[in-house]
Design a protein around this ligand. Sequence first.
Ligand code: ADP
Ligand code: ZN
Ligand code: ZN
Length: 839
Amino acid sequence: MPARYCEVALPVPLRSTFTYVLPASLESKLDGQPLIGRRVVVPFRRRAMIGVVLAESAKLPNIARGASSSAASPAAGGSAAAAAPAIREIAEVMDPLPALPAKLIELGEWISRYYLAPIGETFRGMLPPEVEVRHERGYSLTDAGRAYLDTLSQKLTLADAERAEAELLRRFDTAQAADAASESRARRRKRVDEVAAEGLVRRGYLAARDVLRHRETRKQKIVAWRPEGGERPFGQPEKRVREVLRDAGVPLPLEMLLEKAAVTPLVVKRLESAGMVLTWEEPIVAGEDPWDTDFTPPANVLNAEQNAALADIWRWLVAGKFAAGLLHGVTGSGKTEVYLGAVEATLSRGKSAIVLVPEIALTLWVGRLVRARFGEHVAVLHSGLHDTERSREWWRVRNGEARIVVGTRSAIFAPLENLGLIIVDEEQESSYKQEETPRYHGRDTAVYRARLEGAVALLGSATPSLETYHNALGGKYQLLQLTSRVENRPLAAVRIVDLREEFRRQHRATPVSESLRAAIALRLEEKTQAMVLINRRGYSWSLMCRGCGALVQCENCSIALTYHKSRQRLECHYCGYSIRPPKQCPKCNSEYMYYVGDGAERVEEYLREQFPAARIARLDRDTVRTKREYQQVLGAFAKGEIDILVGTQMVAKGHDFQRVTLVGVVAADLALGRPDFRAAEKTFQLLTQVAGRAGRGELSGEVLVETYYPEHYAIQYAAQQDYVSFYEKEAQFRRLLHYPPFTALASVLVRDRKVENAIRWSRALAAYFAPFEERGVKILGPAAAPLARLRRDYRFQFVLKSPHRAVLGKALAGALDFCAAKQFPETAVIVDVDPISLS
Ligand code: ADP
Ligand code: ZN
Ligand code: ZN
């Protein structure tokens, strides 16, 4: 076997892969099996890292990038012979089965190219969680450290700091010969002050390295009776052991056996040496998800529209080629049934399916429906799972035990093979866009993956994104429509409450308008339920000074702090900074401070004042922090134990409540005030979605929308629930102002703690971008970003637009190379391709 060179993607913010060679010792174990898709442990700089092999070849690649201990930048190797010594060896091959199937490697490479994301970070998000290993930091004394320690030892008197240093250095002096395990034992005995140790590393007295240790999986001993063991004379305890095992009919864990048979371990040991029982070790598996067993899904007979949609999907599946479809169905039209039918059809053709939902809470609901229908074949994947749980689900999928995956955004990377269908429910949701590296869009990635796998991508929505509807009209996606609610239930009637008029009548502004208050009172009398949506957390939006007009701002961000009454804090929702509300203005010392704007906490309080007998609950990130709490609140609401549910947009999505007859939207136009090209679209979507929560059962529903801009088209068309008219109007603006879907858009953010740096780098980038203007790229900026300061960083922004995506891509890729060549810090420049928002 010739040497094998591998391109390994490592979880570092660099855009290149690194070359390693497989040593003969590992080759003998691998026996020529391919390495692509396998995870490997490799040395990188001074650490051991887990990466994934993307390519291998028998020849040293022309430009090999050896990860030598110092070089961060790719070091070019000349001839193979000259470069060979620089190529380091793979330390370990982790997986018996390649973790990533070939198509996922292609998908990751596409993401890295299209979204200009570092390749290693892209793949890190696709791999299973690293539950089998843990990272440890190990230190050893350097020669300089020993010399320094000698100097210190000879000094007569030591300063406190010196004494501490000497003590720390001395610990590693004795530990030097020992291995990392004893270091970690030493550390457990007395924790190493890592800050101090790192300080000594910087001064060259200690050397540090990261080591990977395999975590011991917890094992348990299993005991089985050997039928061929024969009958030998034995006493009562041995007989009890035999009874218990015979009754159980299966091998039992030792612990359980000892307890049930009331014997000591010695008895089992005796039986084992006599050859009567067999014992072995098995890993302890984490408890199975105790999902509801008493849940019976509704047995719906599909209506004509649902059947027609499903028939089309069947045809695409039978054709066995890539197809993308948009299922545009009004709220309550029964899209979920169509999804389930499509999954069933996929399974019946021997293929697998992914169902993406926009948030974790919906994985519970949809996961339940899917499990009720398809049983064990279902795996659920989302970021809210513990690593061990997620790892278990991930490997169930990889091993082919689960053939349907329900999950959030990252479940698009589920390692299914033979994929036939990907469903993206509520495809317009911004949660499908990842707002950190790699900045991919889950929906677009789904369509691309379907293309790679020759599968069907089915995007569903009542309010499709402009991009998706544009694609459907243009024939890129096929359009399926559900135009009416199931059983011809009417859509909820939407009434607009003009807040200007309310104020004229009432001469005061209350947290909830008089009209909405009256409508809620009616529901309480009728004993049906109401939902109130207020898309702002906290009690008051901000604290203002009457003396100078300033809002109390975050110390780290250019944003006003939000008042949370229950915690008595002013909080930044971006960075978590919080303070006690000041009595005096921090700027001018005026004592006249007042709170402006009502948030969800205040609305809830107001409703409690107005309706003391009502059962009221609030659902937002302040009241529910875990999925269990979330489930509890929604469960109570579904069971009718809550009369009024107040919440942020968390309440707007997807849930199916039968007794809700009123939905009130407080401050419906909040988003319209933002400088965001999607403001109208977001407002329209939110209002339509939330209106869709009303009147889903037998009872008809009403929606009240409070606004200061009743004439705005987003509000008007939402009230009429007229998607197509909204699309046409909004598309006109987008075309005119050169925004997606009529142009490709990207934003480039330059940030740094020091404003001078951010400005200098932005200027350099501006000069780099300038020539692209001639090639049809419109370049706006650099200008202060809408959030000019965030988490202490000053931020400048470019907005790039081009009708030619390829040119835009070139400009961006070139910009990153330019930044690397100029040695701007890796984290200083953020490229966002197809950004969801520019703010
Ligand atoms: P959407 O996602 O389109 O808003 P859902 O899929 O949640 O709508 O369906 C709304 C409700 O209609 C659910 O309670 C579902 O069980 C019910 N439903 C779906 N299809 C039918 C049908 N053919 N007949 C009767 N009820 C149905
Ligand atoms: Zn002031
Ligand atoms: Zn902040």
